[in-house]
Design a protein around this ligand. Structure first.
Ligand SMILES: Nc1ncnc2c1ncn2[C@@H]1O[C@H](COP(=O)(O)OP(=O)(O)O)[C@@H](O)[C@H]1O
Ligand SMILES: [Mg+2]
Length: 287
């Protein structure tokens, strides 16, 4: 019998992370895998460590170092930590998506500015305003549930935000007005679409459910399917939650790829348990 660790981040207080781990662990048990739910800090990353390790690990978190640690011991980790690493920073994933030529909002990666310094007087930000105009989106590299995505309406808000983000990776992005408050989430496992939902918010430009969005099942068009699959493939994510926006003629644009996508909401909305597909994929991959 195979053994597996399902790892989530123990420092996060919200129940949804433990719940996510529970869903995946139950799917693994159903498939006959002996499964242990682990908080990331329960695994001691002692580099002298020769402790008992499982046959594989499902890393539901962004503890990328833990992923690298496990891989260094020869443990297959899903998603691969290098992929979680790439996707965890929206700037690095957009660079990858753009290199693939995928349709996405126009995006400019902000330059590195050290926290104790400023480029306010350099003319750089005036160039950005000139290129993207208002309203525009500013998005931090690291952020989930819409919490680090800002709709910037004017110069005052713009300069306040860029000054507060010194030392932080972020991007400037075209605001897709035709997609205000609505998007599509597509869950992909091993190059196949497992489930998808339409999300819309009456109260916010962000469609994230955690942020007040409501979700319903959706039948994807062929174009939406193709783009979601291409986006997951471009970043190399075998498990992916791809967000798509609606362009001016409803044509899809990639919003982002989540390499640690949550699966509870999509289960509630569609009745499809993505965890079963994840475990089936892993067991096939390990054969
Ligand atoms: N360029 C954009 N134009 C319009 N809406 C956007 C844009 N980028 C993001 N959004 C909205 O904000 C939400 C959160 O953005 P996203 O990039 O998915 O970050 P997060 O990782 O926080 O979910 C999206 O689901 C979408 O509704
Ligand atoms: Mg998102």
């Amino acid at each position: 019998m195979k053994t597996c660790w399902v790892i989530y981040n123990g420092s996060l207080v919200s129940d949804k992370f433990a719940d996510q781990a529970q869903l995946v662990a139950e799917a693994a048990e159903r498939a006959g895998v002996q499964t242990y739910i682990m908080k990331n800090y329960e695994i001691l990353m002692d580099l002298k460590n020769d402790a008992a390790l499982p046959d594989f690990a499902v890393l539901l978190d962004k503890d990328i170092l833990l992923g690298y640690f496990l891989k260094s011991h020869g443990i297959p980790v899903y998603n691969d930590p290098a992929i979680i690493d790439l996707c965890d920073n929206k700037a690095t994933q957009y660079i990858r998506l753009a290199a693939r030529g995928l349709p996405m909002p126009r995006t400019i990666v902000a330059p590195k500015v050290y926290p104790n310094f400023s480029i306010l007087e350099s003319g750089y930000f005036e160039r950005i305003i000139e290129e993207l105009k208002f309203p525009m989106i500013i998005k931090e590299g690291h952020g989930s549930f819409g919490m680090k995505v800002y709709l910037i309406e004017d110069e005052a808000a713009f300069y306040e935000k860029v000054e507060s983000l010194r030392g932080v990776d972020f991007v400037f992005q075209e605001f897709i007005a035709s997609s205000r408050g609505r998007d599509i989430r597509v869950n992909i496992v091993g190059g196949e679409i497992v489930a998808s939902m339409y999300r819309h918010s009456e109260t916010d430009f962000r469609a994230n459910i955690t942020n007040g969005g409501k979700a319903s099942p959706i039948d994807l068009t062929e174009t939406q399917k193709r783009l979601a699959l291409d986006a997951a493939d471009a970043v190399g994510a075998v498990f992916a939650g791809v967000d798509l926006l609606f362009g001016t003629d409803e044509e899809p644009l990639v919003c982002e790829v989540n390499a640690a996508a949550h699966i509870r909401n999509i289960l509630n909305v569609t009745g499809i348990n993505v965890a079963d597909a994840m475990i089936a994929y892993i067991l096939e991959d390990l054969r």
